[in-house]
Design a protein around this ligand. Sequence first.
Ligand code: NAI
Ligand code: 15L
Length: 269
Amino acid sequence: MTKPFKRILMTGAAGGLGRQLRGPVQAFADIVRLADIADLGPAGPGEEVVQCDLADREAVLKMCEDVDVVLHFGGISTETPFEPIMNANILGMVNLYEAVHKHGIRRVIFASSNHTMGMYKTTDLVDASMPLRPDGYYGVSKVFGESLSRFYWDRFGIETVCIRIGSCFPVPANVRMLSTYISLDDLVELLRCSLAAPRVGHTITFGVSNNPSQWWDDKHARFLGYVPRDSSAKFTHMFPASGSYAPQDDITITYQGGGFLLNGPKYPS
Ligand code: NAI
Ligand code: 15L
């Protein structure tokens, strides 16, 4: 069967999501180029493997040679001190888009995050037109990525779908994740839709399954045609109601960003 692309690049391929997506992304292209700063092991059939630090401009330029489309999953994925985030998620993003532009790559799918909006309350319903409210350095770096990709669309016509991924883990780790859960199958389907749509311009979509509790309204990205099939409902029994109210001053319950708020910048440090 003919595949939609000749060569797809997936950064962050050695990470938690990258390892699980390594098989499914084969459906999208004849050749999958897997990249990470960490070791990826040997290339399998239909694969190429590149070890590359996103902060290394020349290496990123080379990583993007002869690529048709990019799935950008590489970078720091949690709240950490600023320096690693700056190198991987900010400088790395600049290097990537410079290379994408130089090589004439037309579309990027960017693994953004719900932490771009983590300071909204868990009682809010958020959509992509609402002001950004990141919950720490990590969320701010994803806001930077969304903003940089917007600039590259407006100025150079490079298309990006920013997927504000919720929590893509096999099983929710806490009550919060009953609202933020996305299954791997649903994420793969959202990637497929983001690659297949004829025109995406600069689109922000929420990567979430059809969970009983919804914090995000994806009305601005319906045209992608993503219809989640999974739900966190099957995990609800893991978190029975305690019968007592959570303390009002618990910021991990008040804000959508949850535990990330505890690890962000604090003064005095
Ligand atoms: P992960 O931390 O397991 O994987 C990230 C990968 O990026 C790692 O393999 C790491 O070696 C690589 N990396 C880090 N710094 C790098 C650098 N300077 N140069 C090249 N590669 C570098 O994270 P995970 O969970 O696989 O997430 C993948 C992407 O999806 C991340 O961008 C994350 O922010 C985003 N995301 C993930 C969510 C989830 O539920 N897993 C939720 C929201 C966003
Ligand atoms: C993210 O952005 C992280 O990359 C991931 O590790 C999870 O913590 C997720 O958000 C979440 O909010 O659960």
